[in-house]
Design a protein. Sequence first.
Length: 499
Amino acid sequence: MRSLRSRLILSHLLPILVLIPVIGVALVYLLETQFLLANYARELVRQAVLVADIAGGYTEIWFDPDRAQSFVRQVSPRVTAKVMLLDPTGRLLVSSDPNDSQFIGQVFAEENIRKLLEGGEPQVSYRASEISDVVVPVVTSGNRLLGFVRLVNPLASAYQRSETLRQVTLWVLAGGLLLGVILAVVLATDLEKPLRRVTQAVLRLGEGDGTYGSGQRGVPEPGKSAELGPPVSVNTPAGLPLAEEGPEEVRLLSRAVNGLVERLRSLEESRRRLLANLVHELGTPLGALRSAIQALRGGADQDPELRAELLEGMDSEVSRLKNLLEELAHLHDQVLGSLELNIQTVNLAEWLPVTVGTWREAAQDKHLSWEVDVPSDLPDLQADPNRLAQALGNLISNAIRYTPEGGHIAIRAALHEAVPPDGSRLAISVEDSGPGLHPDDQARIFSPFYRGRAARRFAEGMGLGLTIARDLIAAHGGELKVDSVPDKGSRFTIWLPIA
């Protein structure tokens, strides 16, 4: 009884095993006592009264044994019982059964006769829940008692039918029990199978048995640049996702396990992407630094111009490593939920031009046209200027990186008035004329470590910039949205509430 199936079967069978026999026995008892036996008794009394009425018209039979025997032989074929005639004292005069000849003169049915003399109603005797006999008085028209008519055990065939009824009832009960067992096993198995599948799936996840595999990405050697390629492919464990079948509760459980598996798969995919991106992002600058160091050791430090060029390149690679560490530090804050904001009053009309102005040089170095539209009447904003600058810088950095030479970048700010309780909102948009985003990329562009089709053509970045920007904007109570058309550019808009 340790398995769920056996307990479910028992829970289905116990009511059947208890109720069906009790109901069957009670039904048979009621049929025999309240219906069959009562009907048999009424029929026997009717026949006895009929014989008594006929016998009342033949007074000579009570004094002449031969006439009495002739009367009994004529009447007995027409009734279903043994006919006996008794004198007023209860002694046997004649019987339709020849074997009763030895009992002639003996007293029968003394108790019934006494009750008849007291009340005058026909008396029915019972033995072992069966009708034994019926005694009816025979009187003349002048109310003179001639004797008694006794009908004995007329219902042997009826009792035989009652026994047949018992057997049929027992067979029906047995069939009902067997059907109940079959249904209980089927129902218990139907409930146990999906639960077992869910349990086995959870055990496989816990033991790591074939949970995830394949989809490994090649790791570039230090100093060599390699494209990251498409996202890491992570396999789903065998037997998953689970089919949502069975009762509603089991379907909900299967749905929850499928959601857990999908979440684990996503985390495993993110972990592999992070490792692959880390190897790539660390390998490129470290390889460049090693090459520069080897060049300096080989005599490049003797040439002032070459030495300055190498040192500038080394400084640039170290800056890349510093930015990488900052992204990883923010990812740590995001996972641990320790992101804190230093809220201040920010004068947007002064803060925005200074913040975006630091990126003008990078855009001009790539020969991009630069446009900034910041109205002078923007209201003050309650925000963390450093975090907000980080989010805006990520958007501008992506726009410069993915916009080809000769393209256009525009930063615009505008106040959108709204009816309370929504309140006014500030919109800061970063537009570019780059390759744009595919619709599939737009749905996943803010996911950690995800790199769109255009991003995969560039070696830089871990796919965290937009995730960081979104989280920083959300921490300010705002939202980050994207509008993009493939091959026609993108517009990222920061929406911030004005309190």
